[in-house]
Design a protein around this ligand. Structure first.
Ligand code: KIV
Ligand code: ZN
Length: 521
């Protein structure tokens, strides 16, 4: 048996169908192109009969994608298969994926037919699809709960009808790894023509077992895994592509199989899907969560500084993520702070480690996480506290209407003096930002603005998080107020204070470099 496992990505079909808003054709194409770069073997990109929009996006993607095979979904009925074939016909090579439920629960309660009818529909739909292409996949929906004799009969009949890939979905995420692996093993033992098709698996994550089940299936002979980026999909989602790819890369020796995935594209793909689908990734998500390569505890940080393999089984670089710095919190030891300062180019004589570490601990207690720019500021400044901020908000008043007229009057204390400015904008936040940038004479390039509710219900606080880019660095500002305009203003003022401080640090750093250079002449 081959040791190559084919990766069938269904982000744009099973993943997309679970989103609160469907993706535009343009966004789907952007994702498809990135999936091609990632090296997926097959991408399932829609269900053409379901809407003209889906038909159009399948067609557009089929026209553009060359290195991965494009596939579309069809129920086991003629009109679905015809629509799939028509939308895919612009591609050089394509796959039609047709399916019907085989579990007694689905056959009796959903299809309201007999199992014999279902078998006949499976066979005739595969034969019909074969008129359009010799790459036909057939799925026994809810295979995980299908009586094993019925499953074996369906698989054998579909292969005889011409299916080249047979998919065994655990549609409701019900099975346990041993059990699911056992189903695959039974198919290999009992279906006489099983070697004429690739056996595929498609697991949902209702019990959090989709990845484990897929791996168990591969250990029992499956050679295609259906999965999605970030595990998005129906209900609890699908098997996550990045986890499968990294399991096979990291445990290649143990598993004895490999994929064609270019792992260095994983981080980029994950971010793109998360952003375009408006589907945030939990921080502790394996492989792509923001904490996946961040070491927080003092003991772990100490181990990592001594040797990377103490707490890392794969590197962030292997998934295309620039190395994450150690998470600097009150749990970080002195050596972590010294190491960061070294990495940023500071020599021991440039700062007093005892003083710096004490200031760092005070700040970490207040802020939680301390960033590089905070550490630099601490190293240079006499005292660092919120009270040292140059700009403070006194008040924010705004007016806006539904026609897009808006103005805001902001009162700030800048370096101890009060200033007030009114400005207009295309909305109240825009107006407030014009007023603040005007008064502080700071032109800030805001690359991200996020508004969320801290708490629940209509009286929740509005939390605004912004990221601004300034002289090659990103600064994060946060505002939390009952009034979302005031929260937005506060977030920008946070950023402006960080920028002012960064400029002061840069000046002092330059003075330090000048002094060092003079000392060496
Ligand atoms: O979960 C499922 O069974 C499916 C099929 C259409 C393959 O998505
Ligand atoms: Zn599914």
């Amino acid at each position: 048996m081959s040791d190559r496992v084919f990766i069938f990505d269904t982000t744009l079909r099973d993943g997309e169908q679970a989103l609160s808003a469907s993706l535009s054709v343009h966004k789907k194409l952007q994702i498809a192109k990135q999936l091609e770069r990632l090296g997926v073997d097959i991408m399932e990109v829609g269900f053409p009969i379901s809407s003209p929009g889906d038909f159009e996006s399948v067609q557009t993607i089929a026209r553009e994608i060359k290195d991965s095979r494009v596939c579309a979904l069809a129920r086991a009925v003629k009109k679905d298969i015809d629509a799939a074939a028509q939308s895919l016909s612009v591609a050089d090579q394509f796959r039609i994926h047709t399916f019907i439920s085989t579990s007694t629960i689905h056959v009796e309660n959903k299809l309201k037919r007999s199992f014999e009818d279902v078998l006949e529909m499976a066979v005739s739909s595969v034969k019909h699809a074969r008129n359009y292409t010799d790459d036909v996949e057939f799925s026994c929906e809810d295979a995980g709960r299908t009586p094993i004799d019925n499953l074996c009969r369906t698989v054998e009949a579909a292969i005889n009808a011409g299916a080249t890939t047979i998919n065994i979905p655990d549609t409701v995420g019900y099975t346990i790894p041993n059990e699911y692996g056992g189903i695959i093993q039974t198919l290999f033992n009992r279906v006489p023509n099983i070697d004429k098709a690739i056996i595929s698996v498609h697991c949902h994550d209702d019990l959090g077992l989709s990845v484990a089940n897929s791996i168990a299936a591969v250990q029992n002979g499956a050679r295609q895994i259906e999965c999605t980026i970030n595990g998005i999909g129906e209900r609890a989602g699908n098997c996550s592509l990045e986890e499968i790819a990294m399991i096979m890369a990291t445990r290649a020796e143990f598993l004895g199989v490999h994929t064609n995935i270019n792992a260095k594209e994983i981080h980029r793909t994950s971010q793109l899907v998360s952003n375009l689908c408006n589907s945030p990734i939990q921080a502790n998500k394996a492989i792509v969560g923001s904490n996946a390569f961040t070491h927080s505890s003092g003991i772990h940080q100490d181990g990592m500084l001594k040797s990377g393999n103490t707490y890392e089984i794969m590197t962030p670089e292997s998934i295309g993520l620039p190395r994450n710095h150690l998470n600097m919190t009150s749990r970080s030891g002195r050596h972590v702070i010294k190491h960061r300062m070294d990495e940023m180019g500071y020599k021991e004589q440039d700062f007093d480690l005892d003083v710096l570490y004490n200031k760092f601990l005070e700040l970490a207690d207040k802020k939680g996480q301390v960033f590089d720019y905070d550490l630099e500021a601490l190293a240079f400044m006499e005292k660092q506290s919120d009270g040292a901020e140059q700009v403070k908000m006194i008040s924010a008043v705004s007016h806006s209407d539904s026609k897009g007229n808006a103005n805001a009057t902001i009162c700030l204390e800048i370096g101890g003096e009060q200033h007030t400015r009114t400005a207009e904008g295309n909305g109240p936040v825009d107006a407030a930002y014009h007023a603040i940038m005007d008064m502080t004479e700071q032109k800030v390039d805001i690359t991200r603005y996020e508004l969320s509710a801290a708490g629940s219900g209509q009286d929740a606080l509005g939390q605004v998080d912004i990221v601004a880019h300034y002289k090659g660095q990103n600064f994060h500002g946060m505002g939390l107020e009952t009034d979302v305009i005031a929260a937005s203003a506060q977030a920008l003022i946070n950023v402006i204070n960080l920028i002012i401080r960064a400029d002061m640090v840069a000046d002092k750093k330059q003075q330090m470099i000048n002094k060092q250079e003079l000392g060496t002449v």
